[in-house]
Design a protein around this ligand. Sequence first.
Ligand SMILES: [Zn+2]
Length: 143
Amino acid sequence: MKLLLTPAVEAAIREHARAEYPHECCGALLGREEGALRVIQQIIRLANERADERERRFYVSPQQVLMAERHARETGLLLLGFYHSHPDHPAAPSEYDREHALPYYSYPIVSVVQGVPTELRSWRLREDRTGFDEESVVPVPEG
Ligand SMILES: [Zn+2]
């Protein structure tokens, strides 16, 4: 599986990660599927509803997921995943991430080092929930 990000979408994810530093940001990914490709065309910023530990945890309520799903339906897109940031940690999922993820969705993570967004990698939870597999992130070809 591959995740395609338009330049505008990738820039928007990085900007959100930068703005929330030193806290984690999170948001929804909307787009379409073309065979094994997921083309992300739009993001929705979501609020981190954790009251504590927002440097390394995020929580998205079911209400926010429903809102994102409704918005996707209204715009003719699919809700395909959720991005978040890892302030001063690598772009790899934590145990907390594994416990809170669902199969099917893509989970891009952007590492933010000293306030600067760096590495961006994307992950999918295995069906048996034992861990994540990485999916490649590629830019959408221009034109
Ligand atoms: Zn995480």
